[in-house]
Design a protein around this ligand. Structure first.
Ligand SMILES: *[C@@H]1O[C@H](CO)[C@@H](O)[C@H](O)[C@H]1NC(C)=O
Ligand SMILES: *[C@@H]1O[C@H](CO)[C@@H](O)[C@H](O)[C@H]1NC(C)=O
Ligand SMILES: *[C@@H]1O[C@H](CO)[C@@H](O)[C@H](O)[C@H]1NC(C)=O
Ligand SMILES: *[C@@H]1O[C@H](CO)[C@@H](O)[C@H](O)[C@H]1NC(C)=O
Length: 500
């Protein structure tokens, strides 16, 4: 039943794709004119020439002519190649791609891309990156089966869009490959392979064979409104380069809406950032062993909802593998039964996040370094199992080099509040009293700063001297020279380092 309706849907989508394509031809043909008007830099003769060319193209087309390319598995209904005639739009069906997803469209799509990147473009972006002017590879709302990664045949190209359809890995897709692979094996003279490539409105079904998207040494890449599912390895891998912006997208190994009976078996990583200055914004990760792995600096995570695999089943929401130089900001995100693990973090900011289902943050020691941490203004909700909101994992090594760590102003329901700043008040009747902060303080044996004040029941004649006797073991011991009756307020802070 389910299979039947899916097939039916595919056929309907396929038919739709044909209509869209038919429309698309006109849109594609009109774009050189638009570009001329918009560009304004061309002379009048060329304007007229292009218009004539456009008219010629428009009336020339006959539905019987097929593509000459031997690599195309099916005859194309489109006679001329819109891309080859000067339009910047390259509809893949014009190259023989099969929008029903039944036959292999790899060669056709690669050919469309090859044409798209072969134009002269308009000067350069970064040195050595030819500006393609915004060429568009259109998937025309179709579903295409591919058996090899979609790659550019050359490096040094920029200002290009691939959008508007589904790519699906075939059963023989290379298991270590990525459906869209913005990498190039050898570009010796270039700092970056590609610049300003946009991947938008795509569904990538990896069919449990490989990964979704990979970028290597690409600059200013946008991945927008993509749905990436069934990856065996990684949904999106970013290596080197800068500024890959992943936004407004959905990633999951299995298509589920939570509480999946197979959740325990989820594997793979939804997003792996092995580079600097990337941003993941407004992204949902609905299944994967690890939501986001980060091993570069200055990455920004905001508006991410991780419910990929519960911590209880061995999952992690965000894993920060940047010991000693973390420089990561995680804000305004939602950790749903899965948390954050940060290895030897130095400069990590986590704020305005919601942790649900006993989710928590682990600061994991590799070499015992922990510095520049802000975990502030978050909400934690749990089920009264006594789970600490922030935990230290010191199984490898105790944290020895602890710098400025601020865990404060978090609110908690059904979990144990942990903080580096705490206040206590206790009743006093005697000359010595102790306030124990072990319940709340994050670090054992590490109070760096204490303030206290006495409120006497009868203060008329009394002016006692007090002294701070002991702060070891997170217990503050205060003594007075006379018997004091009243209460004492104590505030402690673990964050200042000794010298500051
Ligand atoms: C992979 O499978 C497709 C059809 O599913 C076929 O067209 C293609 O030749 C196969 N490729 C290899 C390398 O076996
Ligand atoms: C998880 O995987 C194991 C073995 O890999 C299998 O026996 C088990 O049935 C799977 N569980 C679910 C719920 O799919
Ligand atoms: C304080 O201690 C004294 C002597 O131990 C006792 O007499 C007094 O009632 C105590 N005051 C309060 C408020 O408990
Ligand atoms: C502080 O208290 C601990 C026990 O909590 C004790 O071992 C230590 O000797 C005390 N230090 C001083 C200076 O009294």
């Amino acid at each position: 039943m389910g299979m039947f309706s899916f097939d039916t849907m595919v056929v309907v989508l396929g038919l739709l794709a044909c209509f869209i394509m038919a429309n698309h031809v006109e849109v594609g043909q009109s774009s050189p004119v638009e570009r001329l008007v918009g560009g304004g830099a061309r002379d009048r003769d060329s304007h007229v020439r292009k218009l004539q060319e456009f008219k010629l193209n428009f009336f020339q087309r006959e539905p019987t002519v097929s593509l000459s390319s031997s690599s195309s598995p099916s005859p194309s209904p489109t006679p001329s190649l819109p891309g080859r005639r000067g339009s910047g739009v390259f509809p893949v069906t014009a190259y023989g791609a099969d929008p029903t997803g039944k036959t292999d469209s790899t060669d056709a799509i690669l050919e469309a891309i090859s044409d798209a990147v072969s134009g002269d473009g308009d000067g350069f972006l970064m040195e050595g990156i030819r500006n393609l002017g915004g060429v568009r590879i259109s998937l025309e709302g179709g579903i295409y089966m591919i058996s090899r990664p979609i790659k550019l045949p050359v490096a040094g190209r920029g200002n290009m869009l691939i959008s508007g359809g589904t790519l699906k890995a075939s059963d023989n897709f290379t298991t270590d490959g990525y459906l869209i692979d913005l990498s190039f094996s050898s570009s010796p003279n270039l700092d970056y392979n590609y610049e300003f490539i946009t991947l938008r409105d795509l569904m990538l079904d990896c069919n449990f064979k490989g990964g979704g998207i990979r970028t290597i040494d690409a600059l200013r890449t946008t991945i927008d409104n993509c749905y990436i599912a069934h990856f065996a390895t990684t949904g999106i891998l970013v290596q080197g380069g800068h500024e890959t912006y992943i936004r407004n997208s959905f990633l999951g190994q299995h298509i589920t809406a939570g509480g999946d009976p197979s959740e325990r078996n989820f594997t793979g990583t939804a997003i792996d950032l092995q580079g600097n200055d990337n941003a993941v914004t407004d992204v949902v990760i609905f299944s994967a062993a690890i939501g986001i792995t980060i091993s570069g600096q200055a990455n920004m995570i905001t508006g991410v909802h991780c419910y990929n695999k519960a911590y209880g089943f061995g999952g992690t929401g965000i894993h920060l593998k940047v010991p000693g130089i973390t420089q990561t900001r995680i804000v305004n995100s939602y950790f749903d039964y899965t948390g954050i693990v940060a290895e030897d973090p130095v400069q990590l900011h986590v704020s305005d996040c919601f942790f649900l289902g006993d989710a928590f943050i682990v600061l994991k020691s590799l070499r015992g370094v922990l510095n520049g941490i802000n975990i502030v203004n978050n909400m934690f909700s749990g089920s009264n199992k006594g789970i600490d909101i922030v935990q230290l994992d010191q199984t490898n090594e105790e944290f020895k080099e602890i710098g400025h760590v601020v865990v404060d102003k978090n609110n908690v329901n059904g979990m144990n509040l942990k903080a580096t700043v705490a206040k206590g008040i206790t009743q006093v009747n005697g000359t010595s009293w102790t306030v124990d902060f072990n319940g709340i303080l994050l670090f054992p044996r590490r109070i760096r700063f204490v303030q206290h004040a006495l409120l006497l029941t009868d203060a008329s004649n009394s002016f006692p001297n007090t002294v701070l006797r002991n702060i070891s073991n997170n217990q503050v011991v205060i003594e007075s020279d006379t018997i004091v009756e009243g209460s004492v307020s104590v505030s402690v802070d673990q964050s200042p380092s000794m010298s500051s």
